[in-house]
Design a protein around this ligand. Structure first.
Ligand SMILES: NC(=O)c1ccc[n+]([C@@H]2O[C@H](COP(=O)([O-])OP(=O)(O)OC[C@H]3O[C@@H](n4cnc5c(N)ncnc54)[C@H](O)[C@@H]3O)[C@@H](O)[C@H]2O)c1
Length: 334
């Protein structure tokens, strides 16, 4: 049976969610919602569904199984809390855009509310939903890579928006930290330096060192001062038996076993040719898991993952502010 779906927030990303659900035979787009009436109506007309201006009214009037939250707000996250909590209160599963919230206390509440109600909460952590990442993960879980030693990642894009001061960190890096956590497990400790690009008021560059709970070390370089003319994301994981690289903005896979001169390069792994395909890949996996009746904790890229990634970002901000090494558990503790 198709998952009856409503999407809140009719910006570029929300409309993207709608198009993906429309194209998925296991989903049925039932309604759209935006507090901006013109946006809601334009999207409703384009998609052939009823537009709403208030989520409460939508939830009272329509039968839906799931709500996709694609609002934005400060640091692209402050508007996610209200519609997510409204949808959960109405007993609906929720997929929320990233960051879960720019406010960690709210993100914790969203996760515990979903847990309390036994509902699925997913986050649009689309960067991990690529065939190249799956190949890398397979080398790790199969043990072929050996004991994990280090993980290095860069995620750098062009974004001239310049406020508030931690916009780059909170708006972007739940993605990169999630990929690192997905491959190497929880991050225990963080140490960070930030810098400002020319003419910037905000911290648009970040160099973040991590120690993973399982013992590996890692590094993330992030920036909003690069261009989109070249690959903007690369992840490298090394073990004592080999090394994997996910390259060319998440689509290519490389394997370098230590014990041989052989190299395996898979260009456009799984047929994925561009980063733009990661958003539908993520949303389609969410639908697939809902149809299969996945339990909340089985959802890939779930609320807990979003929260833990956000906590690492907050640890980096605290490290930058204090000059100290910050324990992620301290950030997560109540
Ligand atoms: N996963 C990705 O790759 C990716 C990429 C870019 C952006 N994003 C995320 O997508 C989200 C949306 O981005 P965007 O650029 O489309 O934003 P946007 O600001 O263009 O659109 C958000 C819309 O939400 C509406 N809105 C806000 N609160 C509402 C509420 N309570 N009820 C109804 N409507 C409400 C606003 O009126 C606005 O039209 C952001 O969180 C951003 O971080 C994700």
């Amino acid at each position: 049976m198709a998952i009856k779906t409503a999407v809140v927030g009719m910006g570029n990303i929300g409309r993207n969610h709608c198009r993906t659900y429309k194209a998925n035979s296991q989903a049925e787009l039932v309604a759209v919602c935006d507090m901006d009436r013109a946006r809601a109506e334009a999207a409703g007309a384009e998609l052939g569904v009823r537009p709403y201006y208030d989520l409460e009214e939508l939830l009272r009037s329509e039968v839906v199984d799931m709500v996709s939250v694609a609002t934005a707000g400060t640091e692209n996250g402050s508007h996610h809390y209200q519609p997510t909590m409204q949808a959960l209160a109405a007993g609906k599963h929720v997929l929320c855009e990233k960051p879960l919230s720019n406010n960690l206390a709210e993100a914790k509440e969203m996760v515990s509310e979903a847990q309390r109600r036994g509902l699925c909460l997913a986050v649009d952590l689309n960067h991990r939903f690529t065939p190249a990442t799956a190949l890398a993960k397979e080398k790790i879980t199969s043990g072929e890579i050996g004991e994990l030693l280090f993980i290095n990642m860069n995620l750098w894009i062009a974004n001239r928006r310049d406020e508030p001061e931690y916009f780059h960190l909170r708006a972007l890096h739940s993605h990169s930290v999630d990929v690192m956590r997905h491959l190497a497990g929880d991050v225990a400790r963080v140490q960070a330096f930030f810098s400002k690009g020319p003419g910037r008021q905000s911290w648009s560059n970040a160099s973040i060192n991590m120690q993973f709970a399982a013992g590996a070390v890692g590094h993330l370089t992030g920036s909003y001062d690069m261009s989109m003319n070249h690959a903007f994301e690369r992840t490298e994981v090394a073990g004592h038996k080999g090394r994997v690289v996910i390259d060319n903005s998440t689509v290519d896979f490389h394997w370098y076993p230590h014990g041989s001169k052989e190299e395996v390069h898979v260009q456009n792994a799984g047929g994925m040719t561009s980063f733009a395909e990661t958003l539908p890949a993520r949303l389609n996996r969410w639908i697939e898991q809902l149809v299969a009746g996945a339990k909340p904790q089985e959802i890939e890229g779930n609320g807990e993952d979003g929260l833990r990634a956000q906590a690492v970002v907050e640890a980096a901000i605290r490290s930058h502010e204090t000059g100290a090494i910050v324990e992620v558990a301290q950030i997560l503790s109540p």
